[in-house]
Design a protein. Sequence first.
Length: 100
Amino acid sequence: MDKNKLKNLINEIEDGCPSNKYCILKEILLSAFKEPKVLFQIKCVEKFKFIKSEDAKEDIGWQKAWELWVSEGYAKRFSDLYDENKTVVQLFKEIKNGKR
């Protein structure tokens, strides 16, 4: 993935940083993750955690979210459906299709 596509992905992941200003988090992410698949999965699990926390009416925490992500088969679906040309939103919808 070229640097501009990776920056766009990071902008999508960390939408709290204005795109026209310096953001240390984006710089760290650009330096740390050369493979976008890791970032895609982190963001998908974050979305999954939010849904599961809403269902439980309390924050389930990251550990439990990752455990459920794997045990409920979402990690496998992620692996099967991952395509860096999709947005995180598109990929997550495909992963969640038919599951909740």
